[in-house]
Design a protein around this ligand. Structure first.
Ligand code: MG
Length: 303
């Protein structure tokens, strides 16, 4: 049997959060349902941030309710900004929580209006409460390889390690290392993974690459070579970072799956069903998928 690589689909949350045109609840629900149908069982569904901060995701509670009313089975996570958001997520029976910080001081300030220390304080509060439930928690450490404001700062790797230490100490189960603006290179990826490996089991990490400069798959290859077996990605490459000039967004799940299958890894994902799962949303938004594979495989439903 071939080795399995786990994909964490972030399209419904990370992918849609910056889209200005309001997407109907039913369409978001179908997106999640179709992703499950394509074989993706780890999906970050939405975020319990304040509605005025991210209006697109203000229907998180309704979306979770629809998922459970219709008895969809899978791992459905929600991004949690604070204890208030956590309580809403618990009510909605999100079965995985995610907390967020960045290794760059300026990015944190501009993105979530707090210092790293302040954001960690909030995360600590959330985790203290979250751990009273049996729900698992994943932590995001963003800007791990570069920041739109600070560039590739010296010492950033130390900061990433320091943040991971705190998050694990406080009970986070898994950490997703994010290349938020897609500027990381394979040498940086290798260097960081080697440091993480000295302290922790690499099964506790996922990598979250952006494809702004077409580096995501190269960085995936390096991550696999050095022992990472979990990756975040977004159907059709939905999403992006509003702070990254010209950012095309997240690594497209189709591109990731196509490469992994070709390398002989198992993902459980049906590439054609996956491609079709995001089409309705792209059509609605009047955009085209940034996934090269999406276009290369055409409309055929065959193999
Ligand atoms: Mg992202």
């Amino acid at each position: 049997m071939s080795e399995k690589i786990q994909i964490i689909e972030v399209g419904p949350r990370d992918g849609l959060q910056n889209e200005k045109k309001p997407i109907p609840l039913g369409m978001k629900y179908r997106f999640v349902e179709n992703l499950l149908g394509a074989g993706i069982d780890n999906i970050e569904v939405s975020s319990f941030v304040r509605a005025d901060r991210i209006p697109q995701l203000s229907d998180a509670a309704e979306l979770f309710q629809m998922i459970y009313n219709n008895k969809l089975a899978g791992n459905f996570s929600a991004l949690i900004p604070n204890v208030k958001g956590l309580n809403r997520a618990i009510e909605c029976r999100a079965n995985r929580f995610a907390v967020f910080t960045a290794s760059s001081e300026t990015f944190n300030k501009k993105n979530i209006n707090s210092t790293i220390e302040e954001s960690l304080h909030l995360i600590g509060e959330v985790l203290a409460e979250a751990k009273k439930t049996s729900t698992s928690v994943r932590g995001y450490v963003s800007t791990a390889f570069g920041c739109p404001y600070e560039g590739k700062t010296k010492g950033n790797e130390d900061k990433v390690i320091e943040i991971c230490e705190k998050l694990f100490d406080w009970g986070v189960d898994e950490i997703s290392i994010g290349d938020t603006i897609g500027v990381g290179n394979p040498n940086q990826v290798k260097s960081l993974i080697k440091r993480l490996e000295k302290k922790w089991d690499l099964s506790r990490f996922a990598m979250h690459f952006h494809d702004t400069y077409s580096r995501a798959l190269g960085n995936v290859m390096t991550s696999i070579e050095y022992g990472i077996r979990k990756f975040d990605s977004s159907a059709g490459g939905l999403g992006g970072c509003p702070y990254a000039h010209g950012a095309t967004g997240n690594l497209a799940t189709e591109d990731l799956v196509h490469l992994l299958h070709d390398l002989g890894f198992e993902t459980g994902v049906d590439l054609y069903k996956l491609k079709n799962s995001s089409s309705e949303i792209f059509e609605f938004l009047g955009k085209t998928s940034s996934s090269k594979v999406h276009h290369a495989i055409g409309d055929s439903c065959g193999k």
